[in-house]
Unconditional design. Structure first.
Length: 366
């Protein structure tokens, strides 16, 4: 059994559209009934389970008769989501209710989990629901999200929800049974059962496509989700949902092993998806950051983006991104300080400077 209750007290299960909805746009009720039974068994065993459920757009598109599964335009997707979400919530409430469980619906946007105060509010709601024995059913609020402010896939949403809920494991049920060293359509592809560290070689194995054509995530999004979850101290598994009772049926999968959990604030910073800018640093500054230092202007060679003080920025070294943190200056003042020593800052700015461009207390290494 993946993620047994004794070792993973709190679990997030993400279910892809292709598992929930058949090619004609109808709910796969028999399969979903088995999932509800699995969740009930785990709940009785003491595990707290939350579900990140795809399927709203696909369901709504069928009811509205929209082309391309409701994804022909942003407006179609929003209309399909608004229509499908109420149907999806009703199915979950019915099937979980038949198992003696209470379902709760949470619709979130990217901003809800990127804004620190709203993130903490969502985290508090999730924790209270789980403590009460309720099964939260979570989805992105696609009816109001735009291309600029959306997760775009429920894999990363599930990882961010796990982070907010303080979960110990994330299970991504999909139409594929894990990571392969190349596109699994290739007969020579080799299944990867365990990943202890996500590096460039692991990322190179990803295929960005969604096999079903119904969802929006591929292996790229799943690896991005694994980065977020493991950095927050949660194991993440990718497993096939193309079996009955997938939460209780042993099956091949890929397990991404959790790192030592960072503080809640550092994990939130590391998992951020909407950085407003990039600060490019030299090799010396990159080394200083990995040694636990703050980012000083002297080591920054270039700044990109339009950010204000307090906005999330990515810090990139010669080999790529190395950290995320909250900017101590807005973009215009930061640009004036690049490459300059700290003792020069007061004269350049005309006011008492802050100690760093990004302080180590407001930074998380990637």
């Amino acid at each position: 059994m993946l993620f047994p209750p004794a070792s993973v007290p709190r679990l997030i299960v993400k279910i892809g559209s292709a598992l929930l909805v058949d090619p004609d746009g109808g709910v796969r009720r028999d399969w979903l009934t088995g999932i509800a039974a699995d969740i009930a068994e785990r709940t009785r065993a003491g595990q707290q389970v939350a579900v990140v459920s795809s399927g709203a757009i696909a369901l709504g598109a069928r009811r509205l008769g929209l082309a391309k599964g409701g994804r022909a335009s942003l407006e179609d997707a929003q209309a399909a989501a608004a229509t499908g979400q109420i149907a999806l919530a009703g199915v979950w409430a019915e099937l979980l209710g038949a198992e003696g469980l209470t379902a709760a619906q949470m619709l979130v946007t990217l901003d809800d989990l990127e804004d620190r105060r709203r993130y903490l509010n969502a985290a508090a709601t999730l924790s209270r629901l789980l403590q009460l024995g309720v099964v939260p059913v979570i989805n992105e609020n696609d009816s109001v999200a735009t291309a600029e402010i959306r997760f775009g896939d429920n894999d990363r949403l599930a990882a961010r929800v796990a982070q907010a809920a303080g979960a110990h494991g994330v299970l991504l049920l999909s139409d594929i049974d894990g990571l392969y060293d190349r596109n699994p359509a290739d007969p020579a592809a080799v299944h990867i059962p365990r990943v202890d560290r996500i590096d460039g070689a692991i990322e190179a194995m990803a295929d960005g496509g969604s096999a079903s054509g119904m969802g929006s995530g591929g292996m790229v999004s799943k690896i991005a989700a694994a980065r977020i979850a493991t950095a927050a101290g949660a194991h993440l598994a990718i497993a096939s949902g193309r079996v009955d009772r997938p939460l209780s049926t042993p099956a091949r999968h890929t397990m991404f092993v959790a790192e030592r959990a960072a503080s809640a604030r550092k994990a939130w910073l590391a998992g951020g998806l909407t950085a407003k800018g990039v600060l490019h640093v030299d090799a010396g500054a990159a080394k200083a950051l990995t040694d636990g230092r703050s980012l000083l202007a002297a080591g920054v060679v270039r700044a990109e983006g339009s950010f204000a003080r307090g906005d999330l920025v990515t810090i990139a070294g010669p080999s790529g991104p190395i950290a995320r943190g909250l900017a101590e200056y807005d973009a215009s003042d930061a640009a004036r300080l690049l490459g300059r020593r700290s003792e020069d800052h007061a004269a350049i700015l005309g006011y008492a400077p802050r100690s760093a461009l990004v302080h180590r207390n407001h930074m998380a290494l990637l």
